[in-house]
Write a protein of this length. Structure first.
Length: 284
């Protein structure tokens, strides 16, 4: 009878969240770590993704460095590949498509709803995905850097500034992942997210990633100069001692490291609450 009564009583109630700010933060950190490990473990079963991680940097450096490089002049007569590689690194950090498609897939297949029914912190799963993406993208940055070194890119200011540039790229990638996750939750369907991903490319193109902005029409140059991608590209070039583009009087380009951190902070301040609220209230 006790077994029957236990079965009729249903599953045990979910444990209540810990009391206090410290307890909630610890709870969220543990749940977020588990979510990050879940995503990283999936990479072992995605050989195509691992191959793409290696092949994409090689293709980008070869295409932009050799095909377009001969036609582009860097201000001050600097080497175009030294100008290009930091911009390509930033374009990889800016890439919101993987996070957007992954979150839309989870939402479309009901994974989000299943996680929402579990006793986990509201921000744990999005935080885990952002942390896993930041860890995963470091591999892409390393391969891109090695490809850049192979074609003539050099770091002229030493190891510490180079590590600072890598840290800045990871921070920017972390912030952009939250943007991608919010868009994925907003779209809610994997196919639609994949189709809309083509709209992301123009945002990276309208910047100083591939070419200096001085030759653009005035209205387009204004848009490109205030683009956060331009600020981070200028910061990485400054930290690595590579040729950079004119600042055109824009504060974030005159102080690119501070401007990049400011942009990352603004993006996190806006999209972490938006993504967390959207994730917590998601309905199919």
């Amino acid at each position: 009878m006790s077994g029957v009564s236990g079965a009729l009583a249903g599953p045990p109630a979910a444990p209540a969240p810990p009391a206090g700010v410290a307890g909630r933060l610890r709870w969220g950190a543990v749940d977020g770590g588990v979510a990050a490990l879940r995503l990283l473990a999936k990479l072992r079963h995605d050989p195509a993704g691992l191959v793409l991680t290696v092949a994409a940097p090689v293709a980008m450096v070869l295409i932009f460095g050799y095909v377009f490089g001969s036609a582009i002049v860097v201000p001050g007569g600097g080497d175009y590949r030294e100008y290009l590689v930091p911009g390509l690194l930033v374009s990889m950090a800016f890439n919101v498509i993987p996070a957007m498609v992954q979150m839309a897939r989870d939402s479309d297949r009901g994974v989000v709803d299943r996680f929402r029914s579990m006793p986990v912190a509201r921000a744990a799963v999005p935080f885990g995905q952002a942390a896993a993406t930041a860890a995963y993208v470091v591999v892409s940055f390393v391969f891109m850097g090695l490809c850049g070194l192979a074609v003539g890119w050099r770091v002229h200011r030493g190891l510490a500034p180079a590590l600072a540039a890598l840290g800045l790229l990871v921070v920017f990638q972390f912030a952009m992942t939250w943007v991608g996750m919010f868009l994925g939750l907003l779209i809610g369907r994997e196919e639609t997210a994949a189709q809309l991903s083509v709209l992301v490319l123009p945002v990276a193109m309208i910047s100083n990633v591939f070419v200096p902005t001085a030759g653009m029409p005035a209205w387009l140059r204004m848009v490109a100069d205030v683009n956060p991608v331009s600020a981070v590209s200028a910061a990485v070039r400054e930290l690595c001692g590579n040729p950079t583009a004119p600042s055109n009087g824009v504060w974030t380009l005159e102080h690119p490291v501070a401007g990049s951190l400011l942009w990352a902070g603004v993006l996190l301040a806006v999209f972490v609450p938006l993504t967390t609220a959207r994730y917590a209230s998601r309905r199919r």
